[in-house]
Design a protein around this ligand. Sequence first.
Ligand SMILES: *[C@@H]1O[C@H](CO)[C@@H](O)[C@H](O)[C@H]1NC(C)=O
Ligand SMILES: *[C@@H]1O[C@H](CO)[C@@H](O)[C@H](O)[C@H]1NC(C)=O
Ligand SMILES: *[C@@H]1O[C@H](CO)[C@@H](O)[C@H](O)[C@H]1NC(C)=O
Ligand SMILES: *[C@@H]1O[C@H](CO)[C@@H](O)[C@H](O)[C@H]1NC(C)=O
Length: 503
Amino acid sequence: MIEKNVSSINVIVSRKSLLLLFTMTSTLFLMSWFFVLGSTSQPQSIDIELIPNSRRFSNNNNDYATWTPEKYVEPSVGNRAILVNSKDASSSSSQDSYDEGKCNKNNEEVVIKIFMYDLPSKFHFGLLDWKEKNSVWPDIRGAIPGYPGGLNLQHSIEFWLTLDLLASEIPNAPKASSAVRVHNSSEADIIFVPFFSSLSYNRYSKINQHGQKSRNKVLQEELVEYLAGQELWKRSGGKDHLILAHHPNSMLDARVKLWPATFILSDFGRYPPNIANVDKDVIAPYKHVINSYVNDTSTFDSRPTLLYFQGAIYRKDGGVARQELFYLLKDEKDVHFSFGSVQKDGIQKATQGMRSSKFCLNIAGDTPSSNRLFDAIASHCVPVIISDAIELPYEDVLDYSDFCLFVPTRDAIQGNYLINLIRNVTKDEWTRMWNGLKEVEAFFEFQFPSKEGDAVQMIWQAVARRVPAVRLKMNKSKRFSRCPSTTTSDIVEKSIHVPSNFW
Ligand SMILES: *[C@@H]1O[C@H](CO)[C@@H](O)[C@H](O)[C@H]1NC(C)=O
Ligand SMILES: *[C@@H]1O[C@H](CO)[C@@H](O)[C@H](O)[C@H]1NC(C)=O
Ligand SMILES: *[C@@H]1O[C@H](CO)[C@@H](O)[C@H](O)[C@H]1NC(C)=O
Ligand SMILES: *[C@@H]1O[C@H](CO)[C@@H](O)[C@H](O)[C@H]1NC(C)=O
């Protein structure tokens, strides 16, 4: 149902754009050209077909039959988890909602061509204690360095996206094909900077005892220096670059220098709008830490808890609503509030809790997003979202109201408003949303090798939809190239001013 919605959106958009194009070219070409030049707004939803350089082909998985990657390396250190148990991943995603054949028929494929810098390995796999030999990249046909488990995994998009690009170079690799790596940057739609910034933040942000800078800080400085020295960066001022900063605290220092690039983020909570915004950047899901609910046969009646919440009640900022809601809901006997984050042994409890609840509460915390939403989706527990500023992954092609309830904060904290609203949802309505969750859950699944329609492919497609806006910006920036005394950035970007004391 959701897939159909997605393709019907595309159909509507493409008809509209064709009509628009026709009208403009025949009569209003000149005028519209001036409008385009004069406007600073960027296209919001662009039909994939309009993206130049996109290639379409029908994917025949038989081509891929010859290559099977080995399993992940067993973690040698205690605090490391094996990444994805490939059996787990494939069984969860081979559920009714996720059928490769079906997906391939319905979802036409876009290929985005990506140039990836061969950054020294200390910026990526070296952070996983992998030692480079002949290449800065591991040979992914063999064992792949493991990514630290636990909560680190929430922000592991950098790992999955980079692996997917490396896999795109291996003939017959069993990967989905939204993105391919190209080595000639003139053929690329976008330039990818493979810095594992979230891992760098999670593992290396401690200042050492001699008071020297943390490794995370040093790497960011070195990255800025590296990019500033690249012809590709100078050519565009970074506008056609793609940078990953999924952890809200990652790239804290470099973001103020690298902002012309497109970022992949979890939310905009800790960014001023001139550095990151919905027009320029891409929101990616967290990797859920609760396992997918495979073969879920639960029903409205078999899930005894009405509403489930797990998390800290008291948060520094943005989370005032949590406290209010706790006091409003604590006496409802079928509402479960539990405190503390989902840690090792907590995961078992949270899994049990979410799978036996009809609704799962997501309240804004320190930042508007949290991995709890993606845990709820994986558990087929209908999310109730109370976070007015939340930005959701791929929302231009996905209607979250099909499978989530959104409640404005000011209403949610009024007396019995929230509980009444939730109790009012009928069994049929709930079942429809539960089915919706099962249809979309594959979009939030990170795995290697990546599969059609999983999170990796959805993120690449979201990036591909940014490409026309990037091209527009690049061409615009060349307007005054014949007037050396005036740089375009003086004019076009005058309004973008990052106060130096912001951080
Ligand atoms: C890169 O691609 C451009 C445009 O397709 C082409 O003109 C150029 O010769 C290519 N460079 C190399 C080194 O292949
Ligand atoms: C799910 O159901 C299928 C088919 O009945 C079965 O083969 C598979 O083992 C089940 N998986 C789990 C995790 O229960
Ligand atoms: C619950 O449903 C009833 C009947 O449909 C409606 O009158 C009432 O306003 C609803 N309450 C809320 C809080 O949505
Ligand atoms: C600029 O405009 C040309 C068409 O004249 C287009 O082919 C190109 O992709 C645009 N973008 C860039 C980055 O050159």
